[in-house]
Structure formats: C-alpha cells, structure tokens
Design a protein around this ligand. Structure first.
Ligand code: 4AZ
Length: 246
C-alpha cells in the first residue's frame, strides 16, 4: 500500500497473504494478497497464478507482520484453485481466482478476532460514486521499492464514477465493465505491487462488504490516477457455483 497507514490484522481479518514455495530454490516467496470469504475459500487475482505451480501455494491468515509467526495465525496448503474461464492475461479482464484450502475435516479457517471472512455483496449492489472504502495488504509502499511491507497497511480510497474510469487516466490501457476504479482524492493512498488479489471493502449497512479485488494500475499513488479493481458484484454467481460444485 502506497500512503495509508500501518494497521493490525484485526482491522482486516479477511486479509490473506499468499506465499509460493519454489521447490528448486527451496524458498518461500510472497506472491499476492487474498480475501477469506468462507472457512475453506479465498478469492484472489487470476494474474497472481500465471506461473503454473499447482499445489505449491501456502495461505497465511491472521498475521499483522507478514514474516513473523503469531499465535493468531492459521496456515493452510491450497488444495486447488480456479482461474476465471474468461481471464485475459493481456488486459486483466476477469482478473479473479478462487482458491480452496486443504483440510481433512471439511473446515479450514476458524473464526477469531484475527481471522474472519469478508461479506460478499449482492450481485446488484451499486454504491454511490465517491463512497469511501478501504484497501489493505502487505504490498510495496513505493512503486520501485525493492521490498514488500513487513506490516499490514490500510489505505482509504473512494469509488470513482465508471465514466471517469477510462484509458486516458490509465496510461491508455483498456478498462472493461468487469473493472472498477477507486482512488484517494488527495492522490496518496493506493494499492501497489504485492497488494494484488487483496480486498477493497466498502461499508454497506454497517458491514464491510467486498466490492473489489486489487488488480492493476499505472504506478502507485500517482495524482489523478485511480487503482483498478476486479468488480466483485459481477462474479457472485461464478463464485457460488464453483463453491457449490466443489
Ligand atoms: C501490481 O503491480 C499493482 N496502483 C497493483 C495495483 C496497482 C498497481 C500495481 C494500483 O500488482
């Protein structure tokens, strides 16, 4: 997260950190953010899984510090993941993936103050333009920083009107109806590299509801440049049918 502030996992208990184990290097590498939506199910961004490495993803829940063991953490292997059938790796259209955590007993994450699923929106939920929402993640604090953030951060961004979410604001790149734009009107807080797949949550009837998945942008925190998010309302049927079938 560019800008924003240091936070605590209890403020974002649905935040997941996805790590990949590289068997040849015998090393664990931080990959992306994710969002817990049910005991055994995580949403993330499809583009995080382009280097096919089946069964080498590890899900870390409940940590305020990305690399620090904590008594509140819950760690799972990923049993399987599904990338959206219409995901386009050039435009990042349909940048959504669903991951199933591995468990012997049909239950995975246990609710705690540090680990709790996010609410999914109704498919027709449309919030007012400029609604203030929240993003979180362990991603970089500057576009060209060599490091990811060690502590989870939060940023405040507002939902842009779709008619202003256009290529002219985003280095000429295509924007589709499956994307939404959000940005800090002061031009500071924004998602950045490593935050991808993590949550954009917005208040709806007193609950934080998952409206977006961090997807892409033109740099991080540039003035008058929004971040681009996968529009979660367009996928509620896709998500529930996959969970039902698996
Ligand atoms: C990235 O590289 C990335 N400012 C994610 C979000 C944004 C920029 C880059 C939005 O994962």
């Amino acid at each position: 997260i560019r800008g924003g502030q240091a936070s605590d996992i209890r403020e974002h208990p649905w935040q997941a950190a996805i790590t990949v184990y590289l068997p040849r290097a015998k090393s664990y590498n931080f990959l992306c953010g994710g969002v817990l939506i049910d005991s055994c199910w995580i949403l993330s961004a499809a583009h995080c899984f382009q280097e096919r490495c089946d069964k080498c993803n590890i899900m870390v829940l409940g940590r305020t510090f990305r690399l620090q063991n904590s008594s509140s953490e819950q760690i799972f292997d990923v049993e399987k993941y599904w990338i959206h059938e219409q995901y386009d790796d050039e435009t990042y259209d349909n940048d959504i993936a669903l991951l199933k955590l591995k468990s012997e007993v049909g239950m995975c994450a246990i609710h705690s103050p540090e680990v709790l699923p996010a609410c999914l929106p109704e498919p027709n939920l449309a919030l007012p333009d400029w609604t203030e929402c929240e993003i979180s993640g362990y991603g970089k604090e500057e576009e060209f920083s060599p490091f990811y953030s060690e502590r989870i951060k939060r940023g405040l961004v507002r939902l842009w009107p779709q008619e202003q979410c256009v290529p002219e604001k985003l280095a000429g790149r295509l924007v589709t109806p499956n994307m939404l734009c959000a940005g800090d009107t002061r031009g500071l807080d924004d998602a950045c590299k490593g935050d991808s797949g993590g949550p954009l949550v917005c208040p709806k009837n007193g609950r934080m509801t998952l409206m977006g998945l961090i997807s892409w942008g033109d740099g991080c925190g540039k003035k008058d440049t929004p971040g681009v998010y996968t529009r979660v309302t367009n996928y509620t049927n896709w998500i529930s049918s996959k969970i039902r079938a698996n």
